[in-house]
Write a protein that binds this ligand. Structure first.
Ligand code: PEP
Length: 250
């Protein structure tokens, strides 16, 4: 059985006050016995504060990206080992904003995925098509290409420790959500692809949906066979909104 995971990507939002209020609210409104696991991705400057508040609790935390190198002259960058040292268990890899705004190619994403594993972090690999690609019937081709770049680089075995987030770019931060049927169809495609390479890994892998998930649409999405939770942006910034998603898990 794959337990539902509700993950919050705070992007470049927050302050020390907001982080305390949000995390205290999440601790009060969730528990280890709940139907879902909970994970947050704060900006780097708040990881130390996050570790202080969440240490020993049921809520995990992670970094929003990492540099492919373990250390060195890379001004402004953060390594997997640093994230590990901040108590992170997870790291986002290949979020569409990293790909589109910061120019990360499929190959860059594969290198970051490997760097995460080298630092003993669980990579959360984000994949997804643009609106134009969907309209041209390219969704599966694009998602397969993004997955293949990583599989070719690290091998299928590496996915034992990974999570995949399917995030159609046209649904991120737009208020547009893929219908449960649209999302399920791509999730099944991803699972089938990995299962054809390793049945156990494909069966165990958690595949999250991301793209304007909120308290009103989460239950219907998470009820689908191959949707194992959500990667949430906007609705992860207040405890009330995020807990509405957590609470939607049957
Ligand atoms: C995201 O940033 O991964 C995301 C899905 O954002 P939103 O929920 O705001 O669409």
């Amino acid at each position: 059985m794959r337990k539902i995971l509700v993950a919050g990507n705070w992007k470049m939002h927050g302050s020390k006050t907001m982080v305390s209020e949000l995390l205290e609210g999440l601790l009060a409104g969730s528990s280890a016995e709940g139907n879902a696991d909970m994970l947050v991705f704060p900006p780097f400057p708040f990881l130390s504060q996050t570790e202080s508040i969440l240490s020993g609790s049921h809520i995990r935390w992670g970094g929003q990206t990492l540099n492919p190198n373990a250390q060195g002259a890379h001004t402004g960058e953060t390594s997997g080992n640093m994230l590990k040292d901040m108590g992170c268990h997870y790291v986002l890899v290949g979020h569409s904003e990293r790909r589109s705004i910061y120019g990360e190619s499929d190959e860059d994403v594969a290198q970051r995925f490997k760097a995460a594993l080298d630092a003993r972090l669980h990579p959360v690999l984000c994949v997804g098509e643009t609106l134009q690609e969907r309209e041209q019937g390219q969704t599966e081709t694009v998602v397969a290409r993004q997955l293949d770049a990583v599989i070719d680089s690290v091998g299928i075995e590496a996915f034992r420790k990974a999570i995949i987030a399917y995030e159609p770019v046209w649904a991120i931060g737009t208020g547009l959500t893929a219908t449960p049927q649209q999302a399920q169809s791509v999730h099944a495609f991803i699972r089938d692809k990995l299962t054809s390479l390793n049945a156990i890994i494909g069966g165990q892998l958690r595949i999250l949906y991301g793209g304007s998930v909120n308290g009103s649409n989460a239950a219907e999405l998470f009820a689908r066979k191959d949707i194992d939770g959500g990667l949430v942006g906007g609705a992860s910034l207040t405890a009330e909104d995020f807990l509405a998603i957590y609470g939607a898990v049957a």
